[in-house]
Design a binder for this molecule. Structure first.
Ligand code: PLP
Length: 443
């Protein structure tokens, strides 16, 4: 079947009716960029309730790693559901939770042995990492980065420094959290060029935070996304991550990498941190790990996880159906999908980069594997952010049947299922180009 295939004006009549009902009863805090009402989906294709077919380059916010309803994942879910749905892995034992912890211990780029704490979401994986970092070190403070997004529960939200709307009205926040500049090389906070840079933005931690606000011995952990997700798909250079590892190791500070969005094969390696020569102390995982079933995991160096029974737990964490989905997901990732993310991702990035010749709105194309950001600017020299234009392009793409999401204020994110084919990548580039042409024609 050729995708996309749009048959009605959007939203169609059935979609309109459901959106009206949703508007009366569902929280208005959700960010619905455009009116997609899904009926069913498979692989990278999504059908809406009016029979329109879309090419999905959003994957439910980078979650459907193996594609929508991959038969192997659905089978694993069904078989586990028929055995039992829940028993609480915090109070009892079951096979799939142990198998998943064994699998993760073998997969993560953590030195030595590792243990897993299971929750249900990205924000819970971060909460667990924060609590464990404080518990294991006996230190109070946490350093995170501007532009970072780590979740919306009160601990994680204190770290999140992505958009003011996510924080406004919710303070005061958890004390002991400090922010440092992220290595956003397209908009270098120090005005440097990547070629002659030694990750000087990290000096802020040593020369400002450690000089004026606290000693390094008061810091439990630095938490970082190797590629900022919600912040705009901003790739931290390997040198920055490697220097950060040296700095944290020197002071006995734990390095926690938030791989909630960048992990599970999306960047062409199982974890984005593996693109650098860095061994973190903890990794927070969620989104793609179970292909759409809710699961969040904090994986940590085994010698750090010495908290006693009762210190931290979650009733639903490590739900057996989610664990079964995760085991099936990991098998598919290892067999072929990580390699596909690397290969088709490189092809997609090349196609998107080539669009810069025709579309002055594109200021930057960046990313690794199938985690690619396209930043839109009004002027390539001043880099003025094209905020309304970004929203208009995302909408114009939707009307043509391409599902993409915004990231940051003015970037478009490509986070498709990792089953995307080269042909589908070409279609995505073509449709984005048409959407850009439409919006550029208006300005
Ligand atoms: C890097 C990162 N960390 C944490 C979270 C929070 O995950 P969740 O929405 O599952 O709580 C997100 C969500 O987008 C994320 O991208």
């Amino acid at each position: 079947m050729t995708l996309p295939d749009i048959r009605t004006t959007l939203p169609g009549p059935k979609a309109k009716a459901l959106i009206a009902r949703d508007g009366a009863v569902v929280s208005p805090s959700y960010t619905r960029g455009y009116p997609l009402v899904i009926k069913r989906a498979s692989g990278a294709s999504v059908e809406d309730v009016d029979g329109n077919m879309f090419l999905d380059c959003a994957a439910g916010i980078a979650v459907n790693s193996t594609g929508h309803s991959h038969p192997d994942v659905v089978r694993a879910i069904t078989e586990q559901a028929q055995r039992f749905l829940h028993m609480s892995g915090t109070d009892f034992y079951y096979d799939v939770q142990v198998r998943l912890a064994e699998e993760l211990a073998a997969l993560v780029p953590i030195d030595g042995s590792a243990r897993s704490f299971f929750g249900n979401s990205g924000t819970e994986a971060i909460e667990a990492s924060l609590k464990l970092a404080r518990h294991a070190t006996g230190r109070p403070n946490i350093i995170a980065f501007f532009g970072g997004f780590h979740g919306r529960t009160m601990g994680a939200l204190a770290l999140t420094a992505s958009k003011p709307v996510q924080r406004r009205g919710f303070g005061p926040f958890m004390p002991g959290v400090y922010h440092a500049p992220f290595a956003d090389c397209y908009r270098c906070p120090l005005g440097l060029k990547p070629d002659d840079c030694e990750a000087e933005c990290l000096d802020f931690i040593e020369h400002q935070l450690f000089m004026h606000l606290m000693t390094p011995e008061e810091v439990a952990a630095v938490v970082i996304e190797p590629i900022q997700g919600e912040g705009g798909y901003v790739v931290a250079p390997t040198q920055f991550l490697e220097r950060l590892r040296e700095l944290t190791a020197e002071h006995g500070i734990l390095l926690v990498v938030d791989e909630v969005q960048s992990g599970m094969g999306r960047t062409g390696k199982m974890f984005a941190i593996e693109h650098a020569n860095v061994k973190p102390d903890m990794i927070a995982i969620a989104k793609g790990i179970a292909s759409g079933m809710p699961l969040g995991v904090s994986v940590a160096r085994a010698d750090l996880m010495t908290w006693p029974p009762g210190a931290h737990a979650s009733t639903f964490g490590g739900n057996p159906v989610s664990c079964a989905a995760a085991l099936a997901t990991i098998k598919l990732l290892k067999e072929s999908l990580i390699a596909n993310a690397a290969e088709v991702g490189a092809h997609l990035k090349e196609g998107l980069t080539a669009l810069m010749d025709q579309h002055p709105l594109i200021g930057d194309v960046r990313g690794r594997g199938l985690m690619i950001g396209v930043e839109l600017v009004r002027d390539r020299t001043t880099k003025e952010r094209a905020i309304q234009e970004r929203d208009a392009v995302v909408n114009a793409a939707f009307r043509r049947g391409l599902l993409v999401l915004g990231a940051g204020k003015n970037s478009i994110r490509f986070s498709p299922p990792l089953v995307l084919t080269r042909e589908q990548a070409d279609t995505a580039v073509r449709v984005l180009s048409e959407a850009l042409t439409e919006v550029e024609g208006r300005t």
